[in-house]
Ligand binder design. Structure first.
Ligand SMILES: Nc1ncnc2c1ncn2[C@@H]1O[C@H](COP(=O)(O)OP(=O)(O)OP(=O)(O)O)[C@@H](O)[C@H]1O
Ligand SMILES: [Mg+2]
Length: 396
């Protein structure tokens, strides 16, 4: 089963491109699910289905055609199904602090619950072999980053904190419940957490396997959007996910000749160049701005035509190469950069804000640094087997 994650800044076109990809996969006879992880669901709208999947009683995946299902994760239903004890406990704690029932129920929906629920489905579908491709329409970048880092966090929690807490609670519960106004979690709470954890078992390996999971970053040819895309690229890479395509949506078509758009066209051309250079060797695809909103299967097919070449399999792995990686070796932070076309020459290194800028001859690469390295400066670099290693040091 292939997993394709569509992520990007708010409003760039994630849902449209994810839906179009689902449509194309289904046309190719691939049994596909497009699942929305964004609480502000718009998948059904994108397909122009005229049904409200959110309130519909039909259980979960909704068939669009023989090969295509769509699913909007409904958090209320998920809480009943997976998070009952966890949210029940949270509600009781919140109530004890004087929060009203309705508010407590609202607050007990923790950020990330929807995403984790979606991952449980992905895991389940994988076990059941129900779909050949799952396309995930993610919430805007920040949330989807939390989504992919969650399994690792959970894993750590489960190994280190959970057992301790559980024994501790067992020991103190008889006394604590008499003196404290807040109930301590019951055993069923721990059982529920354990059960959730088991449902997520193996998902981190699945996400980190480039043959099975790919991230498609959706962006626009605008400076502010590009910055966020670059940050997202760094973080997905840090979490071990493979970004295998960059999709630039809403590119002004050449046929737009109105003078009003001249400046737009120039700045888009410049940003498009920057995008190609920054993400190489990851392939960059462009989707034009359409004359209207992309609604319904027919328009989604046109988007897919722009996004994929004729006979191209949208599930194929677009790139397995990381343009750069971050490592800490014997206490030294290193940025490794793949420079397949680099020739010998003077290597220029400098910092620009939170970016490391590497210049070799006429080639210039901007690399957004992770927070842990943002305060460091490049100390030295060596080029070996087309890989440039830059050592990052504390400023003296
Ligand atoms: N290439 C395009 N040409 C014209 N309209 C487009 C194009 N791509 C997307 N749209 C329209 O732009 C709007 C936003 O797109 P979409 O919902 O796919 O973005 P999103 O990134 O999923 O947004 P959100 O962050 O809110 O989930 C929709 O009305 C969609 O139909
Ligand atoms: Mg969306």
């Amino acid at each position: 089963m292939r997993i394709l994650l569509f992520s990007g800044k708010g409003g760039v076109g994630k849902t449209s491109l994810a839906a179009a990809t689902g449509v194309r996969l289904a046309q190719r006879g691939v049994k596909t699910l497009v699942m929305s992880v964004d609480p502000a669901h718009s998948l059904a709208d994108s397909f122009d289905l005229g049904v409200d999947l959110f309130t519909s009683k039909t259980s979960d995946p909704y068939p669009v055609n023989d090969f295509l299902d769509i699913h909007e994760v409904n958090i209320q239903r998920e809480i009943k199904r997976h998070w009952r004890e966890v949210s029940g406990y949270l509600i009781s704690v919140l109530r004890a602090t004087g929060v009203s029932d309705v508010e407590a129920e609202e607050l007990a929906i923790l950020p990330g619950m929807e995403e984790l629920s979606a991952m449980m489905y992905v895991n389940q579908y994988r076990r059941e072999d129900r779909y050949e491709a799952v396309v995930l329409d993610c919430a805007p970048t920040a949330e989807s980053l939390r989504f992919v880092s969650m399994p690792t966090t959970l894993d750590w929690y489960m190994k280190h904190i959970f057992p301790m807490q559980r024994t501790l609670i067992k020991a103190v519960r008889p006394i604590a419940n008499r003196v404290s106004p807040v109930e301590l979690p019951t055993d069923s709470y721990f059982a529920n957490v354990l059960d959730l954890f088991q449902k997520l078992d193996g998902i981190d390996e699945l996400l980190a396997d480039p043959e099975r999971t790919s991230v498609r970053l959706v962006t626009n040819a605008e400076k502010m959007v590009l910055r966020e895309t670059q940050r997202a690229f760094v973080y997905f890479s840090l979490h071990g996910l493979n970004v295998d395509r960059i999709l630039v949506n809403r590119v002004l078509p050449a046929s737009v000749e109105d003078g009003f758009f001249n400046t737009w066209r120039r700045s888009q051309a410049e940003i498009l160049r920057e995008i190609d250079e920054y993400f190489a060797p990851v392939p960059v695809r462009r989707v034009p701005l359409f004359q209207q909103e992309v609604l319904g299967i027919e328009l989604l097919e046109l988007v897919a035509d722009a996004l994929y070449e004729i006979n191209e399999d949208p599930a194929s792995v677009g790139s397995r190469e990381r343009p750069y990686t971050f490592e800490k070796i014997e206490g030294v932070y290193q940025v490794k950069l793949r420079l397949p076309f680099a020739t010998k020459g003077e290597v220029g290194l400098f910092k620009k804000g939170n970016e490391l800028v590497v210049q070799i001859g006429t080639l210039r690469r901007h690399i957004g640094l992770p927070t842990s390295m943002a305060g460091l400066t490049p100390a030295r670099a060596r080029l070996e087997n087309k890989i440039l290693t830059v050592e990052m040091k504390e400023v003296a």
